[in-house]
Design a protein. Structure first.
Lengths: 454, 61
């Protein structure tokens, strides 16, 4: 079954009768059994539930055919999403016994479309704390090299999809937490327009920034999941576009983010330039755009994030601080020292920066820049791991709410994934997917699965 | 005012050691130091902007 790795491949297999939901879910569960002991991506596997749902989907498909592209497709959830009857722990002792009484709306939409819940995935504590060893479960490991970090906070989602344990997973992105593991694990991760997917039933981190996002091995599967999450039809996908779709597309590159404001690792910068050259060689027009400094937008976003996160956790920090991971406390506590006037100014500046990016996108179809400045660090390099926490270009688009996708563009000399970020106008995810799909068609070797861990 | 004397520190201190709180305060101060230097047209702080009528009506006192 080597060909049935992505949502479109599996859906096509179901439609042709070449493979069945029971076979696909059994394979998913077997891969979890074999691979997850090396990767620690899963916190809980819903084996009995998944097999029952697979049998149900199989009977439905046999009787009536698939009702959509997600019918019978297994998926997993970052453990901040409520799924009725299962624990939502946010990888924290504070929620160790928390069982969801109802599913998050976004999860309910996936299951209404026939997708099959398989389990809960590792996350940083409360989607913020960073890889930590003082939590109930260890941090997830990178399938490309388990000595390396996955990126976070949707760390288990990145690992599970990259290792092909599931064809898709959901993550959340408040400061880059879908795009970071997507980049680090060599998969596609979309942070859609802020507010486009309901967040009820999702553990809150920062209400002005929190966004749900799909994570997949491929672009088309990602678009399918997003359409279902946003209640849109799943026909007329960018995968059906003509191969000449790049001609006339204007792409604005934000070089200052990874050349001057921060310096990306030379391999990463070179890979981004090579990707831009590929797009240009096939008809896209590349123009350089100027935006406010990366650090300004990152700092503005950070003021909002830590203020809102601290406000959420203030009472628990006073009574149960010791039950948090030390790294979570370190990231939340600064919010206690942000005056209200600065928070309000940050919210005002949020509109200002959005207007600046809107103005840039009025002249081009999409923007492209780096996701991260380098490949993920090793776990035994804690100083480098800490330094990497701030070395990225993800936060501006959390601040402004623009849709932003990370996709793989090659591999470093040491075999770790390299990535770029594509940004679109509000509610114009289609233009983002158009460029992503065009690049994927031109560079199919960049989307690959890591070797099985021994 | 030292970290241990600040009222907010006393409120967040239970369960957090003084070193953690001090580091958190320093991190916040470093962030605010950079953030407050952001200049934008919308952040003009002249008196005229502060008293500008918000509904477009003439203000004469």
């Amino acid at each position: 079954m080597a060909d049935f790795e992505t949502i479109p491949e599996i859906a096509d297999g179901y439609a042709r009768g070449a493979v069945s939901p029971l076979e696909i879910v059994q394979r998913s569960l077997e891969r979890i059994r074999q691979r997850d002991p090396h990767l620690s991506a899963f916190l809980e596997v819903a084996e009995t539930h998944a097999m029952a749902m697979a049998a149900k989907a199989e009977a439905e498909i046999r009787r009536d055919g698939p009702r959509g592209p997600l019918h019978g497709i297994p998926f997993a959830l970052k453990d901040v999403f409520d799924r009725e009857g299962f624990r939502t722990t946010a990888q924290s002792r504070l929620l160790a016994k928390n069982v969801a009484r109802r599913s998050a709306s976004c999860v309910a939409r996936l299951e209404a479309a026939g997708a099959i819940f398989v389990g809960k995935l590792a996350t940083h504590e409360f989607a913020l704390g960073g890889p930590a060893y003082d939590l109930p479960a260890p941090p997830a490991r990178n399938p490309w090299n388990p000595a390396h970090f996955t990126g976070g906070s949707s760390s288990g989602s990145g690992a599970a999809v990259a290792a092909r344990m599931v064809p898709f997973a959901l993550g959340t992105d408040t400061g880059g937490s879908v795009r970071n593991p997507a980049a680090a694990c060599g998969i596609v991760g979309m942070k859609p327009t802020y507010g486009s997917i309901p967040v009820d039933g999702v553990v809150e981190l920062s209400r002005s920034l929190d966004t749900v996002g799909p994570m997949t091995p491929d672009v088309t599967g990602n678009e399918i999941v997003l359409r279902v999450l946003t209640g849109c039809p799943t026909d007329d996908l960018v995968a059906t576009m003509a191969p000449t779709a790049l001609k006339g597309q204007r792409i604005g590159v934000i070089r200052r983010f990874y050349r001057t404001d921060m310096q990306a690792d030379p391999e990463m910068a070179a890979a981004i330039e090579a990707a831009l050259a590929t797009l240009s060689d096939h008809g896209a027009e590349i123009v350089e755009v100027d935006l406010p400094p990366l650090q300004e937008m990152a700092d503005c976003s950070r003021v909002i994030l830590v203020s809102e996160a601290y406000a959420l956790h203030r009472n628990l920090l006073q009574s149960r601080a010791a039950d948090y991971s030390a790294s979570t406390r370190a990231r939340i506590l600064p919010g206690a020292f942000i005056p209200a006037a600065d928070y309000i100014r940050a919210r005002d500046l949020q509109h200002h920066f959005k207007a600046r990016i809107d103005a840039a996108l009025a002249e081009v179809d999409v923007l492209i820049t780096a996701t991260n400045m380098e490949t993920p660090a090793r776990f035994d390099e804690p100083d480098r791991l800490t330094l990497q926490y701030g070395r990225h270009a993800r936060a501006p688009f959390n601040l402004t709410g623009h849709p932003a996708l990370s996709m793989p563009i090659g591999f470093s000399a040491s075999g770790l994934p390299l990535a770029m970020q594509i940004i679109g106008r509000h509610n114009d995810e289609r233009s983002v997917y158009r460029i992503a799909q065009s690049y994927h068609r031109l560079a199919p070797h960049t989307i690959a699965a890591p070797p099985d861990p021994d | 005012m030292t970290a241990s004397e600040a009222p907010e520190d006393a409120r967040v201190l239970p369960g957090c050691n003084a070193g953690e709180v001090s580091q958190a305060r320093q991190a916040a101060e470093q962030l605010l130091d950079r953030f407050r230097r952001i200049r934008s047209q919308e952040a003009l702080e002249t008196i005229a902007d502060l008293v500008r009528p918000r509904d477009g009506a003439d203000g004469d006192g």
